[in-house]
Ligand binder design. Sequence first.
Ligand code: 9UX
Length: 72
Amino acid sequence: REVTTKLIVGGMTCASCVNTIQYSLESLPGVEYAHINLLTNEANIKHDLNQVGIRDLIKKVEDIGYEADLFK
Ligand code: 9UX
């Protein structure tokens, strides 16, 4: 099931952070794209819930040194 999840990402300081996070998320099987906005700290991620869940997305961002929470 394809869904788009919005996360709030903390700890991004420069454009390279955006690229790092985008690349890491898009390397996960089941992630179609990760679009990240440095100014709003939002990440919009289209993914297949059967392959990668919201917890997996958050864990990936945290594993590479940033903070992430589900946008509410
Ligand atoms: Mo930019 Mo981000 O120099 O971790 S890559 S701050």
